[in-house]
Design a protein around this ligand. Structure first.
Ligand SMILES: [Zn+2]
Length: 250
């Protein structure tokens, strides 16, 4: 089974626990707040600092803190609440579409956070989904800003509300780790199977008018298994003289 096949097989099993998290927005126990309807949903879950109107604290996080610990402060400078919304979504699974489920009849965050914690993945599941996400980004050559795209995030959280989508920096580190891992695998494969090797160099201009040079290696192992791997694919500045190509390759 190829790596792709195993990824598809495993990913197809992760429907599961979604239904038990889901609640109808029309459930009778959920009372829609009648006031402040034009306010951000974050206002229900953050309290403003008593001295500084531009600082807020997450009520849900604060409840879990030991009494001697200071809560983490979030900036709401200029009334902007996007970072508060991101925190609620990523840390607690609360979004502007489902926040009513987290409020009691007084429009206060529910004391019982069992529902909130239900939205969290186990560490094993978090790591597995992280691996699938990074594989998706690498194999489909997706830009890292997809991680900030709201439609993409909604899709991911629709599939698994408890998954914490990594930031760009974390994703970059994971991709780098994957590169190091793959490189070691490739060196081992080359060392254990190659007797002679065929290199192919291709130079082409993409639709974006950027030029790329690619080197692929193909070989036949002693058991007649055919291998083909990409060794490098780099941007190559114009002009494409023999000297420039030589410099790029060596
Ligand atoms: Zn919080």
């Amino acid at each position: 089974m190829s790596e792709t096949d195993s990824i598809v097989t495993r990913s197809s099993t992760f429907s599961n626990d979604r239904k038990k998290h889901k609640r109808s927005a029309t459930s009778p126990e959920i009372v829609k707040p009648i006031d402040r309807t034009n306010k951000s949903h974050t206002s229900y879950f953050f309290r403003k600092d008593t001295d500084n109107n531009e600082i807020a604290y997450c009520i849900l996080c604060e409840r879990k803190l030991a009494s001697n610990r200071k809560p983490y402060s979030y900036s709401r400078k200029g009334g902007l609440t996007s970072n508060l919304a991101v925190h609620l979504r990523d840390k607690h699974g609360v979004t502007k579409n489902n926040y009513l489920e987290y409020l009691d009849v007084n429009n206060e965050p529910k004391e019982n956070e069992a529902q909130v914690t239900n939205y969290r993945c186990s560490e094993t599941r978090q790591q597995e989904l992280l691996r699938l996400l990074i594989t998706f980004i690498i194999k489909f050559v997706q830009p890292l800003y997809i991680l900030q795209n709201n439609a993409f995030r909604d899709f991911v959280h629709g599939c698994e509300p408890g998954f914490q989508i990594p930031c760009k920096k974390t994703a970059k580190n994971l991709i780098h780790e994957a590169y190091i891992w793959s490189k070691d695998q490739l060196l081992n494969l080359l060392g254990s199977t190659v007797t002679s090797i065929h290199l192919t160099i291709d130079l082409w201009t993409a639709r974006s008018k950027h030029d790329f040079i690619r080197v692929t290696a193909t070989w036949l192992a002693s058991d007649f298994t055919f291998y083909e791997v990409l060794l490098t694919c780099n941007h190559l500045e114009y002009p494409h003289t023999g000297e420039a190509i030589s410099d790029e390759l060596y």
